[in-house]
Design a binder for this molecule. Sequence first.
Ligand SMILES: [Zn+2]
Length: 490
Amino acid sequence: MPLPFCLDKVNHISLFLRMVYQTMSKLTRRGLMATAGAGVGAAIFPSKQGVADAKSLRDEILELPNLSGHEHWGSINAIGWRESGFIADLKMGVEPEDASLLDILFDPYSGMATHSKGIDRHAEARREGFKALKDWFRKDPYAAWDSVRRILDGLESTGWFSCLNAGFHSLYGVTLQKLFAADSKDSVVELDRKVQDRYSRLMSWYKEACGIMKIQKILRPVQLEFGFERDNPNEREIMAPLLRIDQFCTFYQKPTEAMRFCVEKTGIDPTNADAFREFLAKCFDLADRAGFAGTKQMQAYSRHLDFARPKDSDVLFEPTDDHAKQLIFGNFVMNECAELAAKRGWPHQIHVGTHNLPDSNPMPLQTLFRAFPQVNFVMLHCWPFMKEAAYLAKSFSNAYIDPCWTPVLNLEFFQQSMETYIGYLPDSKVMIGHDSTSVEMAAGSLRHCRTILADVLQKRVDQGRFDHAAALSLARRYFAENARKIYREI
Ligand SMILES: [Zn+2]
């Protein structure tokens, strides 16, 4: 329906109302914050919330709860890694004795930053006679911190650093930048002690941090054995597991401990199509009983995303060097897993973009979306294929988007994602997770997502495209309600 006034007029009204509001806001305790989110559109459109509009949109969005559908908390060196993946994905509630500030700072994602800068972060430590930077830091934190400053020089502008910086600020009250000041070394040692203490009681720290950040729950992709091996079951109070299916796709190519666990637990070592189906069905059954909430794969990092269903007779159930045959086996597994997910109403997460760019365009996923209308597919990240992902989410009622990790790549990529999806997609199609290796990084990503989304929405409210209440409703859905629905009320 056409608006009863032209855009220029809207802008004039907006300007007038902004002036009125600014005058009024000086009288309120919210002062400048309220001015930033003047709720102009809300005055143009009759408000559903009445006095609630006096609160700025940004203030309200900063307080919204978050349910993150995609995290990797615990994927740090202090907890460790085995052949099958990070130990945090193999065992519930692992708490490290000797976590350090450096474990959080130099998480797996930091390797991308230092690699593109062309440096080895351990090089100086080795020259000083230590095996790794953390060993040096434990022995001589002051000297090692100087090395950290040199490593991070020139990386402060990246999304990765911005998220960590905001995370430390939100959870420890200190910025990394402050720690770079020449007289800050005692603060570095103090922060390191805090990290060590909080990580030695990690599950209670997670709960505390979630309370501070208003994170209601997270989902983490893990191996099946996570459902059976546990150090501290309290992790389940804040997280629900998703079953990683990647290692099923390379079952014969790369035998792993995680797959050996599945073989032992099911009592099936499959060598043909029917046995493999039975093997997968039993794994899914076990996962279901252990409280898993869906499935996840990262095949986009190693292959294209066309998962056409093969005939059983075309699939090879043994190791092969034939790449085409490896792909066909992956297609078989993917389709069987989707079948099993469909039976349970489980959603399936799939990586899109960020790596392997020639092959990680999501358009071929149409085959899968069409074949399994009962499965809700969540496309993760999506940069730089935001438009393609948006097209798919618009075209298929079972396709959704989680722009997780885009802030860690570049805060601007998250903003571009929001600008692309809002206005094109129904509000039910997007959910905001963080894909973070630590609660600290998730806290920073969430902080940035809240402010960026608030600014993107406020701009539209100011332009008169929709009102304050509609903007807030969208933000509520993006931050928690959509994920709660897709991941079945976890
Ligand atoms: Zn991830």
